[in-house]
Write a protein that binds this ligand. Structure first.
Ligand code: KET
Length: 427
C-alpha cells in the first residue's frame, strides 16, 4: 500500500470508529405503541387482517375517507390563484384562529367577546398539547413541583408530552374496570385531595381510550370542585363531533367550564372531525381572566411558537377556514361528521348484537353501545388482546382499546368470532 493510501485508510477507519461510538450511550427506544400497529398491519399479508389500532376514520370499505366538503374546499383553493406560499403570522392564519375559537367556545362566548381568549394555530392536537404544556411549564404559578394530573388511563402520548417540558405526570382515577364505566367517586376525591391550584388534564369529550364521558350533572360537580380548589383545567378536545355527531353538543363541557370561570386552556384538533390527519391543523386556546392578561399570554406564546416552528403550515388551515366561514360548507361539514359518527354507532350496535344475541359471548357487552366516540375499551386483558393480534391478525393496543372505525360489514363477523374465542380462551 502506498503511503497516500495508508493515510486515507487510517482517516477512514478513525472516522468509522468515531461514528460507531458517537451514539453508543443512546438506548434503543421501543416503537410507539399506536403507530407500530399501523406498520405491523401494513406488513401483514394475511387476507383477513383487521386494523383496530390508530384512531383514524375508515369507510365501510376500509378506506380512508376524504370528506366531500374537504374536496370542495380544496377545489376552491386550487382555483384561487391569488393564494401564495408566503409565511403565515407566527400565531397562524387569523381567519382560522378566530373561527376555530368560536367553534369550540361557542359563537356567543362571553370570553371571546371580552377579548379574554388567546388562540394560536398549532401542529394539530399534539402541537396544541405541547405548546400548552410548554407555556404552563414556563409561566404557570406553580406552588410546588411541576405536576399534571392525567386520567387513568389516557392517550399514550400525554405523559410523554408533559415529561418533555419538565412537568411530571400523575394520575387520577377515571375508569372503573368493574363497571366498565366512570370511577366518578375516585375522580372527585382526587380533585379534592390534590393541592390547590393543581393542573388537571381533562378529555373534553369522547375520552380516549375508554369512550366513557361524565354526564352533564357529573361535569357540574367536577367544575364546582375545580373552582373551589382553584385547579387549572387543561382540556384536550381531539374528537369534537365524534362523541354525539353534533359539534355543539360535544363542546358542551368546555363551554360550561369557561362560563363557570374555571381557569383553563383548550387543545383543539381538526385531524379527526375534518379527516385532515396528515395536514396537522389544530389550535390552542388559552382563556384568561382579562383582556390585558390575554395579550401578555399571546406575546409569550408567540415567542415560544417562533422558536419551535416559527409559524404554522397554511394548507390545512386554509381548508378549515373555508369550511368554518362559509355557511353552506359548514352545513355540509356537519352532515359529513354525522355520516362518520353514524357509521361508528352502527358498528357498535352490530358488534353488540353479534356478541350477545348470536355468539352468547361470556360477560356483559353493553359498554360497546354505551361508550362513545371513536374507541371502545373492550375490557379484555393484555393476553387476550395479544392473542387477537398474534393468532387472528387483528391489530389493537394491548390495553384492549379498539378503534371502532376499523370495523365494517366485511370484517365485523370475523372480529366478533375472534373476540369471542379470545374471551373463551379458545383462540
Ligand atoms: N389528543 C387525544 C386525546 C388524541 O387521542 C389524539 C390522537 C390527539 C390529541 C392528537 O391528535 P393530532 O393528530 O395531533 O391532532 N389520537 C390518535 C392518534 C395518535 O395516537 O396520534 C390515537 O389515539 O389513535
Amino acid at each position: 500500500m502506498t503511503d497516500r493510501l495508508k493515510q486515507i485508510y487510517s482517516q477512514l477507519s478513525s472516522s468509522f470508529k468515531m461514528s460507531s461510538e458517537l451514539w453508543q450511550n443512546v438506548p434503543l427506544a421501543p416503537p410507539d405503541s399506536i403507530f407500530k400497529l399501523t406498520a405491523a398491519y401494513k406488513a401483514d399479508t394475511y387476507d383477513k387482517k383487521v386494523n383496530l389500532g390508530v384512531g383514524a376514520y375508515r369507510d365501510d370499505n376500509d378506506k380512508p375517507w376524504v370528506l366531500p366538503v374537504v374536496r370542495k374546499a380544496e377545489e376552491i383553493i386550487l382555483n384561487t390563484p391569488a393564494l401564495d406560499h408566503e409565511y403565515l403570522p407566527i400565531t397562524g392564519l387569523p381567519e382560522f384562529t378566530v373561527a376555530a375559537a368560536k367553534l369550540i367556545l361557542g359563537p356567543d362566548s362571553r370570553a371571546i367577546a371580552e377579548g379574554r381568549v388567546t388562540t394560536v394555530q398549532t401542529i394539530s392536537g399534539t402541537g396544541a398539547n405541547h405548546l400548552g404544556a410548554l407555556f404552563l411549564s414556563r409561566f404557570y404559578s406553580w406552588t410546588g413541583n411541576k405536576e399534571v394530573y392525567l386520567s387513568d388511563p389516557t392517550w399514550a402520548n400525554h405523559p410523554a408530552i408533559f415529561n418533555n417540558v419538565g412537568i411530571n405526570p400523575l394520575y387520577y382515577p377515571y375508569y372503573d374496570p368493574k363497571t366498565i364505566g366512570l370511577n366518578f367517586d375516585g375522580f372527585l376525591s382526587s380533585l379534592k385531595s390534590a393541592p390547590s391550584g393543581s393542573v388537571f388534564l381533562i378529555h373534553a369529550c369522547a375520552h380516549n381510550p375508554t369512550g366513557v364521558d361524565p354526564t352533564r350533572e357529573q361535569w357540574g360537580k367536577i367544575a364546582e370542585i375545580m373552582l373551589e380548589k382553584g385547579h387549572y383545567g387543561f382540556f384536550d378536545c381531539a374528537y369534537q363531533g365524534f362523541a354525539s355527531g353534533d359539534l355543539d353538543n360535544d363542546a358542551w363541557a368546555v363551554r360550561f367550564f369557561v362560563e363557570k370561570g374555571v381557569n383553563m386552556l383548550v387543545c383543539q384538533s381538526f385531524a379527526k372531525n375534518a379527516g385532515l390527519y396528515g395536514e396537522r391543523v389544530g389550535a390552542l386556546h388559552i382563556v384568561s381572566p382579562s383582556k390585558e392578561a390575554a395579550e401578555r399570554v399571546k406575546s409569550q406564546l408567540s415567542v415560544l411558537q417562533r422558536s419551535e416552528i416559527s409559524n404554522p403550515p397554511t394548507y390545512g388551515a386554509r381548508i378549515v377556514t373555508l369550511i368554518l366561514n362559509d355557511p353552506a360548507l359548514f352545513e355540509e361539514w356537519k352532515r359529513d361528521i354525522s355520516t362518520m359518527a353514524g357509521r361508528i354507532i352502527n358498528m357498535r350496535k352490530e358488534l353488540h348484537k353479534i356478541l350477545t344475541e348470536e355468539l352468547h359471548t361470556p360477560g356483559n357487552w353493553d359498554h360497546i353501545v354505551n361508550q362513545i366516540g371513536m374507541f371502545s375499551f373492550t375490557g379484555i386483558n393484555p393476553e387476550q388482546s395479544k392473542a387477537l393480534t398474534e393468532k387472528a391478525h387483528i391489530y389493537l393496543t394491548t390495553n384492549g382499546r379498539i378503534s371502532m372505525t376499523g370495523l365494517n360489514h366485511n370484517n365485523i363477523r370475523y372480529f366478533a368470532t375472534s373476540l369471542d374465542a379470545a374471551v373463551r380462551g379458545t383462540l
